[in-house]
Design a protein around this ligand. Sequence first.
Ligand SMILES: C[S@@+](CC[C@H](N)C(=O)[O-])C[C@H]1O[C@@H](n2cnc3c(N)ncnc32)[C@H](O)[C@@H]1O
Length: 304
Amino acid sequence: MDSGNLNISMDRSTSWIPQPTEDGSFTFFSETFGETFHSTEGARAEAFVKFAKATDLPEKAARDRLYLLDVCYGLGYNTAAALETVWAVNPDCQVQLYGLEWDATVPQGAIVPPLLQSWSPDVQTVLKSLAENHICQTERLQAQLLIGDARQTIDQVIQSGFTADAIFFDPFSPRRCPQLWTVEFFRQVVRCLVQDGKLATYSRSACVRSAMLEAGLTIGTIPMSSDPHPTHEWSQGTIAAWTGTALQTLTQMEQEHLRTRAAIPYRDPTLTDSAEVILARHQEEQKTCNRESTSSWRRRWRIT
Ligand SMILES: C[S@@+](CC[C@H](N)C(=O)[O-])C[C@H]1O[C@@H](n2cnc3c(N)ncnc32)[C@H](O)[C@@H]1O
């Protein structure tokens, strides 16, 4: 596979070393992106709260069929948490799922002890099959893992006519992996979102939110689950949907964030640029805009 588009060397030779997170579940650390794959507060909890619950899967599980798209499949936690959630409510729900992932060694690294054991036997079978064969077909699941740059593999999902009730959007952070947070990539991804579907991400960045808006979606916040919380942690992430879907309204502070320089979105007109090119283009656009600076917004809202 050609890695030229990404213009980075991936962790292909790395043997993935499980790192414990605060809820007892494990994650990996990527040397390439300089980040862990999950929140250090809890990898498993993040998958259930910010993805499965945030896309209403406990309620949607009552349906006969569900269609899921897992962008940046990684260790498969978001897929696993979704299947656990859906089948706990409705064991007969038929699920169709696509996962998009660049590095096939990541899902393979996640099907060893102690990582795999935290899931039910059925879900363990799914994760193993997807990691080893990139496909899983059972009585109640049809799933395929597409290996490659998601900016290209998304075409295959679009061409197949697949549309998702829930999209889990989980790349590394925007500064580290801007390729997957651009207006153009969101435009592609949302072609796979059904009318009442929801896309969930852990990111609350203004540049991510404005890219979603420019791609034609409306957005809502994933509120913090506990009060009080530090001022710099104003949300657990973002939900995007087509107009007409009820979402948790952004606070005044979040809305004003969208009018600052931080809200200039990333752009990648040909869906092939490297991170460096996308970041440089972004910096140029920020320099020439006359919006409020993000530091002034922070001071106004006493964000420390
Ligand atoms: C934050 S991790 C995802 C964690 C994952 N959702 C989970 O629950 O384990 C980001 C993932 O994106 C993958 N990735 C990075 N660049 C990519 C690209 N251009 N296309 C597809 N996947 C990519 C990485 O290999 C990594 O597995």
